[in-house]
Design a protein around this ligand. Structure first.
Ligand SMILES: Cc1cc2nc3c(=O)[nH]c(=O)nc-3n(C[C@H](O)[C@H](O)[C@H](O)COP(=O)(O)OP(=O)(O)OC[C@H]3O[C@@H](n4cnc5c(N)ncnc54)[C@H](O)[C@@H]3O)c2cc1C
Length: 712
């Protein structure tokens, strides 16, 4: 038995990446709690900082200035990032419910999901809501690309509506001098602010030529018209800046809530009846100290939440949070000018804007300057008992049975014994006249999220069947789960197996069985079965001189995920790469067959060059490779240029000696791409020279001379 350290740690699930959780993660990065792991679930990777949103719309800030990269923050804190939309909480079952994937069980839960936009009849179809801000950004960009509107109406006379109407005005100033602007307020402008501040605000609107309609109650919105209770207003661009409402799921969660549906919490930030659930920011109300909804309160709750979650786990006394009565309000009111208000004091001018800018940028710098804080996932105490290896490392039956009961493991008629009636081994009957095609492939996790990892690991393994032109049938899985308590292992296993079976089902495959074991880190291998008619398999041999060499997916996953581990990627690069890795090679395989393909393989660990050389050897020929034509994933070029490569790349570089004219190409920026190992890569095929090549990138030509020759 080979003992390995145990990490039977507690886990805190953070639901939503609001201001409080972002700050908590940062604090955690500096002061991790040994033996406790963090998981953040967020529907977006980039969380907006709304204080700078008006400046973003006005063009004073970039998207990078105003968004927190939650994935990077999680890496710094050693936390797991799960990209998913929360659809509810089941307080009785202690589950966080997620869209389109299985729930996560929690031991400790903290909720910071903010509010949802309040609904006015017709607003979904005919208005642009400020929240969620991620969608606002997209709609704002397409709005700017369209022709200038005649009349912009902003609904909502609070601080957000006031700032936004001025920001839109300033953004369009240069390009749409004839556009009219109106701010509609159900009550008075900036209700709750001192009269003098309201007067300043009115003056700002007047100076900018913006109409203000107070006491205008919007009944509904139609295409091009805001319908008030007594008046109506024609407007071809309508923005909604009304106060938001509580997410609807709270009422069905079993958590105590206020009359208007927000999560009711004690001053310890714990839910009134559920000590293991905390809620912060706009989604919650401290029943002893209700306050208006503002980011500043969410920010102030962070140190208390940080202390209380840790104290609660250890059964220590919790702190009581007393939110401040008044706070400094800084409102952008024109190009690089702002109004400050606190209590009865107020001021206005460029210097106020500079003050606001300094505060906002300082706040955001906390999340961009994370170097030196790189966390280790799941910090452990080191004083834990040792765990068994060998058969003793098998995952407990209860965990496995609980997970299998939640999966769809139905089998078709070809399966004599599968998971429906599990036995010691699976039995399948190949259809008459067909041959069984088998392959095994797997690796340890390269991303946080076990669901997406399960999906990609399955796609990667199935790709071998598509490369052979086989019809996928079934799979067996070997899963190694990181050590943890039963709840954590069940969560990971359910997510990874649901992801895996989702991909298998998309490919028309069934899961027949497998093996689960405990280990240091999550890894998945699949043995995949397919069928093929005798003598019809696509193989690496068969390339013919003059054939085109084509590739079905862009390259660069190795360098991108190496850079991701070093926190040196942009979120959109990783999202795009994951989407490509999830793509099935099925269509490409079918199309290659229809083109009369001569030879085929899939590009994986040995990189493009390694796999191309295998084909050349099997076919007794060589290849000219058009280095400039290689398709590259977004960001991969930048990662290669920064000298970032996968740990397997140096080993793959030994294939370079088979490039006949390497000396002339040593400095070409795409040369390292030839050695980049691919996860769930594309199909590389040799097709007749007269084939239509749509859907593929032509990357070279087959020639007689053995080896690989780089050409322009
Ligand atoms: C234009 C504008 C300007 C503002 N200016 C200021 C200001 O200057 N000062 C101030 O104090 N306040 C300001 N506010 C108010 C401020 O935005 C909110 O009070 C603050 O954002 C609330 O923070 P929070 O931490 O509760 O949640 P949020 O900042 O709303 O964050 C919630 C997070 O949870 C995620 N989430 C939400 N739903 C789900 C789901 N179903 N599944 C997964 N993740 C989810 C979201 O994507 C988001 O990342 C402004 C608001 C607007 C609209």
């Amino acid at each position: 038995m080979q003992p390995s350290p145990i990490t039977d740690k507690a886990q805190i699930l953070l639901a939503g990446g609001g201001h409080t959780h972002a700050l908590l993660l940062r604090m955690w990065a500096m002061h991790p709690l040994p033996g406790v792991s963090l998981v953040l679930v967020s529907d977006q990777v980039l969380a907006p900082y709304s204080g700078m949103l008006p400046g973003l719309l006005a063009g004073e800030y970039t998207a990078a200035d105003t968004h927190i990269d939650l994935q990077r923050l999680c890496q710094a804190a050693g936390a797991t990032f799960i990209h998913a939309r929360i659809t509810g909480v089941d307080a009785q079952q202690q589950q966080l419910l997620l869209e389109d994937r299985p729930p996560l069980r929690y031991e400790w839960l903290s909720i910071n999901t903010g509010i949802t936009p309040s609904h006015i009849s017709g607003s979904d179809e005919h208005a642009i809501a400020l929240k969620p801000v991620s969608q606002l950004r997209e709609r704002w960009q397409s709005f700017l690309a369209e022709k200038a509107p005649h009349h912009v109406a902003v609904i909502g006379g609070g601080a957000a509506g006031f700032e936004i109407v001025l920001a839109i005005h300033d953004a369009l100033q240069a390009t749409a001098a004839n556009t009219a602007f109106t701010l509609l307020s159900a009550g008075g402008l900036l209700a709750g602010y001192p009269l003098a501040v309201q007067q300043r605000a009115r003056q700002c609107l007047q100076d900018a030529g913006i109409n203000l309609h107070e006491d205008f109650r919007v009944a509904r919105i139609e295409a091009g018209t805001v319908m008030g209770e007594t008046h109506q207003l024609e407007a071809d661009a309508i923005f909604l800046a009304t106060p938001g409402q509580a997410p609807a799921w709270i009422r069905h969660s079993g958590l105590a809530c206020t009359d208007d549906g927000f999560i009711a919490v004690h001053d310890s930030l714990q839910s009134l009846q559920h000590d293991h659930v905390f809620a912060v920011g706009d989604v919650s109300v401290q029943v002893n100290h209700p306050r208006p909804r503002a980011g500043v309160y969410a920010v102030r709750q962070a140190p208390v939440l940080f202390h209380n979650l840790r104290a609660a786990i250890h059964g220590q006394p919790l702190k009581q949070h007393r939110p401040q009565q008044r706070f400094l309000s800084l409102l952008r009111c024109g190009p690089r000018t702002a109004i400050a208000a606190k209590g009865g004091l107020h001021a206005q001018g460029h210097w106020v804007w500079q003050w606001k800018d300094t505060i906002d940028r300082r706040f955001m710098r906390q999340f961009s300057e994370l170097s030196g804080m790189t966390g280790t996932p799941g910090h452990t105490s080191g004083s834990q008992p040792m765990r068994c290896g060998g058969c003793g490392a098998k995952v407990g039956k209860t965990v496995l049975d609980t997970v299998l009961a939640q999966l769809d493991v139905t089998c078709d008629a070809d399966t004599v014994i599968g998971l429906q009636q599990p036995d010691d081994a699976a039995i399948i009957t190949p259809p008459k006249g067909m041959q069984l095609v088998q392959s095994v492939d797997g690796f340890r996790s390269f991303i946080d999220d076990p669901f997406w990892f399960g999906r990609i690991a399955a796609q990667h393994a199935i790709s071998d069947l598509h490369a052979m032109g086989a019809t996928p049938h079934s799979a067996l899985a070997h899963i190694t789960l990181p050590h943890g308590n039963a709840v954590q292992m069940e969560n990971t296993l359910l997510q990874v197996m649901t992801g895996m079976t989702r991909t298998l089902h998309e490919e028309g495959m069934q899961l027949l069985g497998g093996h689960t074991a405990e280990g240091a880190e999550l890894s998945v291998s699949l043995t995949v079965n397919g069928f093929i008619a005798a003598r019809s398999a696509l193989t690496k041999a068969g390339m013919k001189t003059g054939d085109w060499l084509v590739l079905s997916k862009p390259l660069g996953t190795g360098t991108l995920f190496a850079a991701h581990m070093q926190q040196r990627t942009q979120p959109e690069w990783i999202e795009a790469a994951l989407a490509v890795m999830l793509q099935s090679n099925r269509e490409a395989s079918e199309r290659l067959r229809s083109l009369g393909v001569h030879a085929c393989t899939d590009v994986t660990g040995f990189g493009l060059l390694g796999h191309l050389l295998e084909m050349c050897e099997a076919s007794h020929c060589g290849a000219e490779l058009f280095l400039d034509q290689l398709p590259v994933l977004a960001g991969a070029h930048a990662c290669l240029a920064a000298g970032i490569e996968s740990t397997l790349a140096p080993e793959n570089r030994r294939f370079a000696e088979r490039i006949s004219n390497l000396a002339n190409w040593q400095t070409h920026p795409l040369l390292p791409l030839l050695f980049d190992p691919q996860t769930s890569g594309g199909l590389l095929a040799s097709i007749p020279a007269d084939s239509a090549t749509e859907g593929f990138t032509v990357i070279g030509r087959v020639c007689q001379t053995p080896g690989v020759h780089l050409v322009l």
